[in-house]
Design a protein around this ligand. Structure first.
Ligand code: AVI
Length: 357
């Protein structure tokens, strides 16, 4: 059977700011929305954008901007380009593991099983899991995504797989997951996919909090397939976030352009340089925008004027890296057990199968 439906939720969720607002820790660059937002931020969300920008840029000490705002339409397109950069092996490793081990992963799960994916994007990588599962049972797949265009692409692509029915939820991760959990039958098990190491864009504590929230929506025996990018040579990690073609730099700088476009900012992009730093203590890559000179900034819609000193930075994103062995601890702290782990040999990255206990 082929069938597909996009369950359009409240359209106010069709905005990156709103989505990530639910999952991002309030005091850090936090979680990426990981999805395309509309080209124009609706007026009602501009006020929230302006407030977030004002608050994060005026933090005492390190100035910040929330990473969720990296993903406007242009930012999302640049992120897609990052995913195919030779230096950014993360996305390919994620996909390789799913392709290679889909049968094994599915073989460890209980039937009947439904599948939900947090931030599905177009769902390309998920095809392997769905095809493996469809060999044994009719499968419901619920992509949860705040970008309607990504959701529609996903619905179109995955709806082609025999014995897979797609019901998209245009909602935030946790709202979507709660809706999926509420509609399943008493005997249905759930597999939640959280791929691509998006968990790494949370601060570690906030990541644990998020996993606990996911766990609350699940029943004992339900599963979470969690993708985690692993610690690797520092030079490799830096190149992945500071590629010679300048795509990641453009992705980072676009945040200032977005503020200029949407909030009447006057950032001069030629006075900034993209920086990727390895923070060894926190085991994370940090993206910063480095001010190349002393400069005055005015952001009209945020009612904000401030001076950036030469050498001062704005911290825009964190991407935490993991040791394969630490995932069991994350699982234990958040109500899961780590049942199995698959690690890519070419690009250290792990798919972790967590089971709710
Ligand atoms: C979405 N997320 C997992 C990416 C990462 O690797 O942290 C975002 C990214 N930022 C720069 N390059 C990729």
């Amino acid at each position: 059977m082929r069938s597909s439906t996009v369950r359009t939720a409240d359209l106010s969720f069709q905005n990156a700011a709103n989505s990530a607002g639910e999952i991002a820790p309030p005091s850090s660059p936090g979680a990426a929305a990981f999805a395309a937002a509309p080209a124009q931020t609706p007026t009602r969300h501009l006020a929230e954008f302006a407030k977030d920008v004002r608050e994060s840029l005026t933090k005492p000490g390190q100035r910040e901007l929330p990473s969720k705002y990296l993903y406007d339409e242009l930012g999302s397109a640049l992120f897609e380009a990052i995913c195919v950069l030779p230096e950014y092996g993360l996305t390919r490793a994620d996909a390789r593991l799913l392709e290679r081990y889909a049968n094994e992963i599915v073989g460890r799960l209980r039937s009947p099983l439904q599948v939900a994916e947090l931030g599905s994007g177009s769902g390309k990588k998920t095809r392997w899991i769905l095809e493996a599962l469809a060999q044994r049972q009719r499968t419901y797949y619920y992509p949860i995504e705040i970008s309607r265009s990504a959701l529609e692409a996903c619905e179109k692509e995955m709806g082609q797989i025999d014995l897979v029915s797609v019901v998209g939820y245009e909602k935030t991760y946790l709202d979507g997951l709660r809706a999926v959990a509420a509609r399943r039958g008493a005997l249905d098990h759930l597999l939640v996919l959280f791929l691509g190491s998006t968990i790494g864009n949370f601060d570690r504590e906030a990541g644990d909090d998020f996993l606990r929230e996911v766990r609350k929506t699940l029943r004992r025996g339900d599963a979470l397939l969690l993708g985690t990018d692993l610690v690797k040579a520092v030079a490799t990690q830096i190149l992945a976030y500071d590629d010679p073609a300048g795509v990641t730099a453009a992705f980072n700088l676009n945040l200032l352009s977005r503020i200029n476009r949407e909030l009447g900012g006057d950032f001069d992009l030629s006075h900034f340089r993209h920086e990727a730093r390895w923070n060894a203590a926190e085991r994370r890559i940090e993206m910063h925008l480095l001010s190349m000179c002393r400069q005055n900034i005015n952001i009209r819609e945020a009612s904000l004027r401030f001076t950036l000193e030469q050498g001062e930075t704005i911290w825009t994103e964190s991407s935490h890296k993991y040791f394969a062995e630490e995932v069991a601890g994350m699982a234990a702290r958040t109500g899961f057990t780590c049942d199995a782990q698959w690690v890519d040999a070419a690009w250290p990255f792990a798919q972790n199968l967590l089971i709710a206990i």
